[in-house]
Design a protein around this ligand. Structure first.
Ligand code: ATP
Ligand code: MG
Length: 384
């Protein structure tokens, strides 16, 4: 970025990441004053978009799109909802004080590179500490509790004692009238990292109660490895379709009706719930869970037709069956199709499907069957 001005600052996450020596996903810039006026007076800059109430502007400069915010102060008349802007063009210090944690509250001059640290963020980075800026922070905006979990797991930082106490106090007295769209965004960012450790803290510290007060216990089976092996590669294969890992975790909670879900997310959870009803854990604990499932064909048929995310969720109830499905059964496919049956002179009918299932059953106990073997089995099925 070659835009330099004595009133223009990098701010927030980008400054933190640079100090940590990490790459930043987005670059936040704040103008100490009114950014819209500043942008209008910039030679060679094309104004792309203005958001007057928030004092933000998007410009194009030397072929690059840049967002610039004005310094602004905010307040939370409705706790848990979006803040309102009190003043645009306030001092840099006031702008910084509306932020979440000290490590996210530093500014860096674009002109001199000087770091402005009003709240002790540098020291907290040094000591790996997450610290809120005031005692009402979580009451104003409880999504910060999830942001804290996200940063704790991402950076290996920990809240200071007072911040931890404020979190615990809030969780003992949650105001459920909050913006669940924002909470969902933070849940997704936290659990898409696929760290079981984040889930452990989320459950053991009672952070999950932000979504619903119904009691939930940590599943004993760590399914993050299954996600890594079977879901992450799908995201890479299906370009443009990023698989949502977060819903595998959060969907396990007994009630997530507060969260706005997409159709796909809802289907993942619904299929898991159906499985859970159909095949609950046996009373008295998991002895031989596999035997409850009859046979491998039944496992295959049940899991093949639902999203793999739902199957992984079911591993919290019956890990043996799920491991067996992924390790041994998932990739089994029969090689013949309707055309092959037609070529044998068989009229299309629902019997086709029965025939395919007949072959599939054989194939599951003997995956090495060739296409010729399958045709032989089809003939056998139709008594040819
Ligand atoms: P990430 O690396 O995940 O993007 P970030 O800290 O950059 O983390 P953003 O959501 O991009 O987070 O927000 C940019 C900055 O805005 C933060 O660094 C912080 O100063 C401020 N901010 C974001 N969310 C909140 C919030 N809920 N409350 C107060 N300040 C916030
Ligand atoms: Mg950011």
């Amino acid at each position: 970025m070659n835009l330099k001005d004595q009133n223009l600052y990098y701010i927030g996450g980008v400054v933190r990441d640079e100090i940590l020596g990490l790459p930043s996903f987005d670059v936040d810039l704040t103008f100490n004053g009114n950014a819209i006026e500043f942008a209008k007076n910039l030679p060679n800059a094309e104004i792309l978009q203005i958001n007057e109430p928030f004092g933000t502007v998007r410009i194009k400069l030397n072929g690059k799109e840049i967002d610039i915010a004005s310094t602004r102060s905010e307040s939370y008349p409705q706790k848990g909802h979006l803040p309102i802007v009190d003043k645009i063009g306030c001092s840099l210090k006031e702008d910084v004080l509306r932020r979440d944690f000290t490590i996210n509250a530093m500014a860096k001059s674009t002109l001199t590179g000087e770091i402005i640290d009003y709240t002790g963020g540098l020291n907290d980075i040094e000591t790996k500490t997450l610290r809120v800026l005031h005692d009402n922070s979580f009451i104003d905006d409880p999504t910060r509790i999830l942001r804290m979990l996200k940063f704790a797991v991402r950076f290996g930082f920990a809240p200071d004692e007072h911040t931890q106490k404020l979190q615990d106090e809030y969780l003992a007295n949650i105001n459920y009238d909050m913006s669940y769209q924002r909470l969902k965004k933070e849940l997704a960012e936290t659990f898409n990292l696929n760290k079981y450790e984040a889930f452990e803290r989320f459950v053991n510290q009672g952070i999950y109660k932000l979504i619903s007060p119904l009691k939930f216990e940590l599943p004993k089976y760590d399914f993050s490895g299954l996600i890594e092996r079977y879901i992450t590669p799908l995201s890479q294969k299906e370009q443009g379709h990023e698989r949502n890992v977060w819903i595998i975790y959060v969907g396990l909670l007994p009630d997530i009706s507060n969260l706005p879900l997409t159709k796909e997310e809802k289907q993942i959870v619904d299929e898991f719930r159906k499985l859970e009803k159909l095949c609950p854990p046996p009373e008295g604990g998991p002895k031989s869970l596999i035997s409850r499932w009859g046979n491998d064909f039944e496992i295959y048929k049940t899991f093949k037709n639902i999203p793999p995310e739902s199957v992984i969720m079911y591993s919290t109830i019956n890990p043996e069956v799920v491991e067996k499905y992924f390790n041994e059964l998932k990739d089994i496919e029969i090689l013949i199709n309707g055309n092959d049956l037609k070529n044998l002179g068989i009229e299309p009918s629902p019997k086709y499907q029965q025939c395919f299932d007949y072959i599939l059953k054989e194939k599951i106990s003997n995956p090495n069957l060739s296409k010729n073997d399958e045709i032989r089995l089809a003939k056998e099925f139709f008594n040819l």
